[in-house]
Design a protein around this ligand. Structure first.
Ligand SMILES: NC(=O)c1ccc[n+]([C@@H]2O[C@H](COP(=O)([O-])OP(=O)(O)OC[C@H]3O[C@@H](n4cnc5c(N)ncnc54)[C@H](O)[C@@H]3O)[C@@H](O)[C@H]2O)c1
Ligand SMILES: N[C@H](CO)Cc1c[nH]c[nH+]1
Ligand SMILES: [Zn+2]
Length: 412
């Protein structure tokens, strides 16, 4: 379907995370059951929803899965892990401690102690999502990374846990897995933060346990937005849109271009390629949620992209680099037809866990920073305390907080 700008602008501007009340009610029930009954509820829910009780899979089984893996897949996992690790080693993660006459001010940067990584497994075993979250956590220095993924856990996910250096792995999925990680049970340790994408039940559960536990964000159904000029190949554009459409019927693929002839060729190509795609039915439904948009020019395409704030913004432009300055809201940017989003999904380096549903307006993709906390340090010298206490007391009295003011007066 080819839209005109006026037909989508309002929709793009208004979009945001919305919660299905039915899903939320089911999830509240699951969270309550796990918090109150622990492992008994966890096993019952897992049996009902996924057909198996929850089990912890020991490292020995990960190693065996790794050894039994097709050598090409093993090699690809290793290369992906190395590239993700190398990328995140570049990220700044230091604090500072400034000591001068006035005293010491600084920031301590500490890795989180225990993190839960949710690896989706309902529709496809996303072994790449395991690498994309566990590797930056380990680069950050997290001591214990606990993975949760729905049963039966695919051997590729177990092998990925081995390659990434995870610490524990539980076969459990959905809202019940989020509840177990957030509250802890006799078997599942309580974590400090939960990261990783998931479906509507996982996202609703994450949102509801926020505060009991930290969150990386609410990465849900994948979405992609391509901005293209006349130089782009309709065949590659269609393939890239379908690559994300096949994730789920709730995925959204969009193409924006001022070139009507290109959009028409992509539309025809989409339906041709769709007929040959194994997950055609899923992708067809996703294509109906997204669409092709004819813009006045490329400037307008970027304006719309910033309104939409896509998880992935792909620039299929002859010369994409100069346009980077126009990007304000995106989970990740892919420069040129030679950098397809599917490469980012697996092996380019940056984590593919990126913000969806317009949350790219206020956050970027998962990174080492998500696994660190910054602790300020204050150690003022005697002279500075004397100088600052008087002004501090003025501010305290302006707030009507006499106790604060007196505490400061005693330092003058
Ligand atoms: N944004 C990102 O970075 C990113 C990355 C990878 C995947 N994703 C998204 O993650 C999602 C993965 O979803 P998925 O479904 O394949 O796997 P999932 O593991 O997120 O969800 C499966 C679980 O959902 C629960 N569930 C299913 N139906 C239920 C019901 N009726 N009631 C209660 N619980 C129910 C089950 O317990 C099951 O274990 C996709 O939407 C994909 O697009 C996003
Ligand atoms: N495109 C998804 C992130 O939005 C990640 C993924 C995993 N496997 C394939 N793709
Ligand atoms: Zn993908």
């Amino acid at each position: 379907m080819i839209y005109r700008t006026e037909e989508v602008r309002e929709r793009f501007a208004r979009r945001g995370l919305s919660f299905d009340p039915t899903v939320e009610e089911i999830v509240r029930g699951i969270l309550h059951a796990v918090r109150e009954e622990g492992d008994a509820a966890l096993d019952r829910l897992s049996l009902d929803l996924d057909g198996f009780p929850v089990e912890e899979i020991p490292k020995k089984a990960w190693r065996e899965a790794y050894d039994d893996l097709d050598p090409d897949l093993r090699d690809a996992l290793e290369t992906a892990k190395e590239r993700i690790e190398a990328f995140y080693r570049e990220e700044a993660r230091g604090g500072f401690l400034k000591a001068e006459e006035a005293g010491v001010l600084g920031q301590l940067v500490r890795p989180l102690s225990r993190v839960g990584v949710y690896v989706p497994g309902g529709s496809a075993p996303l072994l790449s999502s395991l690498l994309m979250a566990v590797v930056p956590a380990k680069v950050a220095g997290v001591a214990e990374v606990v993975v949760a993924s729905p049963p039966k856990v695919h051997p590729g996910v177990l092998a990925a846990a081995w390659v990434a250096g995870a610490d524990r792995l539980f076969a459990m999925g959905g809202a019940q897995a989020i509840a177990a990680l957030a509250y802890g049970t006799a078997r599942v340790p309580r974590v400090d933060k939960i990261v990783g994408p998931g479906n509507a039940y996982v996202v609703a559960a994450k949102r509801l346990v926020y505060g009991v536990v930290g969150l990386d964000g609410l990465a849900g159904p994948t979405e992609t937005m391509v901005v293209a000029d006349g130089s782009a190949s309709p065949k590659l554009l269609a393939a890239d849109l379908l690559a994300q459409a096949e994730h789920g019927p709730d995925s959204e693929p969009w193409l924006l271009s001022p070139d009507l002839a290109l959009l028409e060729r992509v539309e025809a190509e989409l339906y041709r390629q769709l007929s040959e795609l194994p997950r055609a039915e899923i992708a067809r439904r996703a294509l109906e949620r997204g669409g092709l948009v004819l813009t006045r020019d490329l400037e307008e395409a970027f304006e719309l992209a910033n309104l939409y704030a896509p998880e992935h913004l792909c620039l299929a432009l002859a010369d994409p680099l100069p346009w980077l300055g126009k990007v304000q809201n995106a989970g990740g940017v892919f420069l040129g037809e030679g950098s397809p989003e599917a490469l980012g999904d697996y092996i380019a380096g940056p984590s593919h866990v990126m913000p969806t549903s317009g949350t790219a307006r206020f956050q970027g993709g998962l990174s080492v920073r998500d696994f660190l906390k910054v602790i300020p340090v204050i150690g003022l010298g005697e002279k500075a305390v004397k100088e600052l206490a008087a002004k501090g007391a003025v501010l305290a009295r302006a707030e009507g907080l006499e106790g604060h003011a007196r505490s400061l007066d005693l330092r003058r």
